[in-house]
Design a protein around this ligand. Structure first.
Ligand code: SAM
Length: 444
């Protein structure tokens, strides 16, 4: 392991006096590997794995497998996530969120928290998953597409662009960019990048993010702030500042003494010598005032209606009347019922990367199924010719390599263990592979 900076040891000793030797030794042990199951897809994993204590969806894997080479990862059956962060799901389950809640995950890529949020809030909630860095917003889109639900949009906007939306969110999660002290074990290069000056820059950036987004929280709404650092300036000092600056109160966070979490009075800290996970901090604050619900004023929907011909694609989805069916740039998509207006409203202020689930693209007379449809939990597989793939063929498909498919010409939905992986178009003896080029497995 890299040498730990002396000021870092000094600051952390003030926090966990008497435990510092245990903490430092834990940093030279192997980081545990863990996954979180997608509750909306079949639970196709070995169920004698050790459970992550604070979530019903999390499991440890003693020997870290090559996840990339498992087609189930690409089918969205699970997400690889460090265990401490999974506490968010436990916290969300304890909150009483209003019906039809609107939720924002402000710093969302690659999507660990977003998929955990969608796994633990009521089904009628709607999530805006935002990532300011464009390339990272594409990875967020990929991970949310694989998750397979339609109650979300992915945006690529700066926190300051949200202010104009007004107080519309019932819950905001800010998983802030930070100095990364909690990642020292998993990612030793973070040690080399650490400095007191950088901690201070992170602290200032976090305050800027919080002050940009605070006006978007409804009165009575909840803000969850988290980081993967132990640094009190970035964690407790920011929460103290928030409570002082804005009218708000701390929300108690449920946990059991045997879990080993460290309650600092302003949030919970996860230390690797106390828990089986990486360093993490989480805090929960409620804005003063009464929750209200309001409509969204839009001049005109951003979407078009489906033609009679387009509507034939509705039988590709189970319970088609549960959704708003809309069209944008020749792509037919579904949003949850009555969410078209909010998406149009968001699109007035934010850069939308993905909205709901894309069903198909209209090209001339052809309706070409989209990748989203293969991943969507509500797709009617029986509407398509399907072919179940072996593990070897599934990996060839995901690498976009050639292999043989025994079927007549036409569109085929390829499945692995019954889960949609993607579409191909069979033409004579060959096929066009519609799997997105940027998602292709490159690992041999
Ligand atoms: N929530 C993610 C998850 O669970 O998978 C991890 C988020 S990571 C800790 C912080 C994110 O904030 C990064 O994706 C980073 O690109 C983004 N970020 C960096 N600077 C930012 C800024 N000034 N405002 C908002 N987000 C920022």
């Amino acid at each position: 392991m890299h040498h730990l900076p002396e000021p870092f040891i000094r600051i952390i000793s003030q926090l966990i006096d008497g435990e510092i030797n245990d903490f430092v030794s834990a940093l030279s042990t192997k980081a545990p590997s863990s996954i979180r199951l997608n509750p909306f897809k079949p639970q196709l994993i070995n169920n004698d794995l050790e459970k992550v204590i604070w979530t019903e969806h999390g499991y440890y894997q003693e020997i870290r497998p090559k996840y990339t080479l498992d087609p189930l990862l690409h089918a969205g059956v699970y997400y690889v996530q460090e265990a401490s962060s999974m506490y968010l799901g436990h916290l969300l389950k304890s909150l009483v969120l209003p019906k039809d809640s609107l939720i924002l995950d402000l710093c969302a890529a690659p999507g660990g928290k977003s998929t955990d949020i969608l796994s633990n809030v009521p089904l009628d909630s709607f999530l805006v998953a935002n990532e300011v860095i464009n390339s990272r917003s594409q990875i967020l889109k990929e991970n949310l597409t694989k998750f397979g639900r339609c109650n979300n949009v992915v945006t690529n906007s700066d926190p300051s662009s949200f202010t104009a939306l007004g107080a519309i969110f019932d819950l905001i999660v800010v998983d802030a960019p930070c100095s990364g002290e909690g990642m020292f074990r998993k990612d030793p290069k973070a040690i080399g990048e650490w400095s007191e000056a950088n901690v201070h820059l992170c602290y200032q950036r976090q305050q800027r993010i919080l002050s940009d987004i605070w006006p978007c929280l409804k009165p009575g709404g909840i803000l969850v702030y988290s980081s993967c650092t132990y640094n009190s300036q970035e964690d407790e000092e920011n929460i103290k500042w928030l409570l002082h600056e804005y009218s708000s109160t701390m929300v108690p966070m449920p946990h059991e003494a045997k879990w080993g979490l460290f309650d600092t009075g302003y949030g919970l800290k996860f230390f690797p010598h106390r828990v089986k996970g990486e360093g993490f901090f989480i805090s929960c604050v409620q804005k003063s005032g009464e929750l209200t619900s309001e409509g969204f004023n839009i001049k005109k929907s951003k979407f078009e209606r489906l033609s009679k011909e387009d509507s034939k694609t509705k039988n590709w989805v189970k319970n088609e009347t549960d959704f708003d069916w809309v069209k944008f740039n020749n792509v037919i998509k579904v949003l949850p019922k009555n969410r078209e207006t909010i998406v149009s409203f968001l699109a007035t202020y934010l850069k939308i990367v993905k909205a709901g689930v894309d069903i198909c693209e209209i090209k001339g007379k052809d309706y070409i199924p989209c990748q989203d449809l293969a991943m969507f939990t509500e797709t009617e597989h029986s509407a398509f010719k399907t072919i179940e793939l072996s593990e070897e063929n599934a990996l060839q498909y995901l690498r976009k390599e050639g292999f043989s498919i025994d079927a007549e010409s036409g569109i085929i939905l390829l499945t692995y263990k019954g889960l949609g992986l993607g579409f191909v178009k069979k033409i004579g003896s060959r096929f066009n592979n519609y799997y997105p080029q940027e998602w292709r497995i490159r690992m041999k």
